[in-house]
Design a protein around this ligand. Structure first.
Ligand SMILES: Cc1cc2nc3c(=O)[nH]c(=O)nc-3n(C[C@H](O)[C@H](O)[C@H](O)COP(=O)(O)OP(=O)(O)OC[C@H]3O[C@@H](n4cnc5c(N)ncnc54)[C@H](O)[C@@H]3O)c2cc1C
Length: 399
């Protein structure tokens, strides 16, 4: 099974799918991407943070667009609610070199690198079957050809994952992430805090919320982005069964969020959340998945189809692109698929599963066993931060 000239299919055309398609085209493969969503994916994500130390590497490798607007922040400022301060009390500062980016712009940059003739939108892969001559795919129930190799880049509920890592389960972490974003000049005339330009986290018992601005994918301006980790009403997401996408958050759920931010956040930050219109809200349950393999036979996994890490790690998009970089390297260093997929599996299995563990650890520290923030002194904060990070590797570790 030689790599150069092989026909390869990629299931899923989001960040992992497009990045992997770029990697495989560079390795000389004939690539076809099948993406279930009929339209573009521009509206799917909001703000994401990328580790600054990796940003340059991904630019050099040609997976991120050098013209993509981003914001850079060196630290995460942790606050808590305080009696006489509308913006809250600064409890401590965490060195956290980050690039604030728009999910839509990261995706668009990758999508533009995949030729339109190779990208099939509105095409759902319904069956993946390995045979003697290759992997047979069915798309929307109909045969779509036989491929030398198939990449599962089809997200957290991957249809390819069970064939690669049958034991892998998607486990609910017990809480969720409320998210929202809107044009940063909305309500710009009202009382301001200079911290609105920073990367801020507000801690409370049972959760925390992060705030940062991102470049706007459409207007060239900025968007106010926020994400709040905490409880989600059972009726909204029984057992964390499914994400609630933008436009589907009910009035009752939005009222729960309003109560939560009124109770837990300093007024400035509660106000940032309240400016979000209901159609701009979404809720994502926290999921954990580890996988025993990243490749088996002629199938491989990339992005959230492999291991899933909670967003505390700020690593999902980057992990997806790193999977593609590792695949490109494995294809370059090995002449056959058998060798290349074995090398890819070794390179990404440990990295993916380690991120899942980091996400669980951070979730325990910051949500499930969060400290009493109102009582936290600067010294307490330092030891809490030490317990968050000591012995754990994160791509955001300052060099
Ligand atoms: C709330 C939240 C916050 C996040 N914050 C960050 C952050 O700060 N930094 C960061 O790096 N990452 C972050 N991430 C993670 C990041 O957005 C994802 O990890 C990243 O989008 C993974 O991309 P993916 O391509 O693997 O999966 P997805 O984006 O889920 O894409 C999978 C694609 O496969 C398609 N698909 C599924 N099944 C089929 C099928 N059968 N046939 C064809 N197509 C199919 C889907 O339509 C979808 O487009 C966050 C994620 C969430 C949910």
């Amino acid at each position: 099974m030689r790599i150069r000239g092989s026909r390869v299919a990629v299931v899923g055309g989001s960040i992992a799918g497009c990045a992997t398609a770029v990697a495989l085209a560079r390795a000389g493969c004939e690539v076809t991407v099948f993406e279930r969503s009929p339209g573009g994916l521009r509206d799917r994500g909001a703000g994401i943070t990328l580790p600054a130390p990796l940003h340059g590497e991904l630019l050099d490798a040609g997976y991120l667009d050098p013209g993509m607007p981003v914001l850079r922040r060196p630290e995460l400022i942790w606050l808590t609610r305080a009696e006489r301060s509308a913006e809250g009390r600064v409890v401590g500062r965490q060195p956290y070199p980050a690039i604030m980016a728009s999910w839509a712009l990261v995706w668009r940059g990758l999508r533009e690198r995949v030729p339109d003739r190779d990208y099939h939108a509105g095409a759902t892969v319904t069956d993946v079957r390995e045979g003697d001559d290759g992997v047979e795919l069915r798309v929307d129930g109909r045969p779509a050809g036989t491929f030398a190799v198939v990449v599962g880049a089809d997200g957290y509920r991957s249809t390819v994952r069970p064939a690669v890592a049958p034991e892998a389960a998607v486990e609910y972490g017990g809480y969720g992430l409320w998210r929202g974003d809107y044009p940063a000049d909305r309500g710009a005339g009202d009382a301001r805090s200079p911290l609105l330009d920073d990367f801020v986290a507000v801690g409370f018992r049972g959760g925390h919320a992060v705030f940062y601005r991102i470049p706007d994918a459409g207007s060239g301006g900025f968007r106010q982005n926020w994400a709040l980790y905490g409880g989600v009403p059972f009726e909204l997401s029984p057992d964390g069964a499914a994400p609630v996408p933008r436009g589907q958050v009910t009035e009752a759920a939005a009222d729960c969020l309003d109560e939560l931010v009124t109770r837990e956040l300093p007024p400035v930050w509660a106000d940032v959340v309240r400016r979000t219109e209901r159609r701009e809200l979404s809720v994502n349950p926290m999921y954990d998945t580890t996988v025993s393999r990243y490749a088996r036979g002629r199938l491989l996994l990339a992005g959230d189809a492999g291991a899933i890490a909670r967003p505390h790690t700020g690593a999902g998009a980057v992990k997806a692109i790193q999977d593609a970089c590792a695949l490109e390297l494995a294809c370059r260093e090995h002449g056959t698929w058998t060798e290349a997929l074995a090398a890819f599996d070794t390179a990404r299995r440990g990295a993916g599963n380690a991120l899942t563990q980091l996400g669980k650890h951070l979730g325990r520290m910051r949500v499930e066993e969060s400290p009493d923030w109102s009582a936290l002194t600067p010294a307490d904060f330092e030891s809490w931060l030490h317990a968050n990070t000591h012995g754990w590797q994160s791509a955001y570790d300052p060099s």
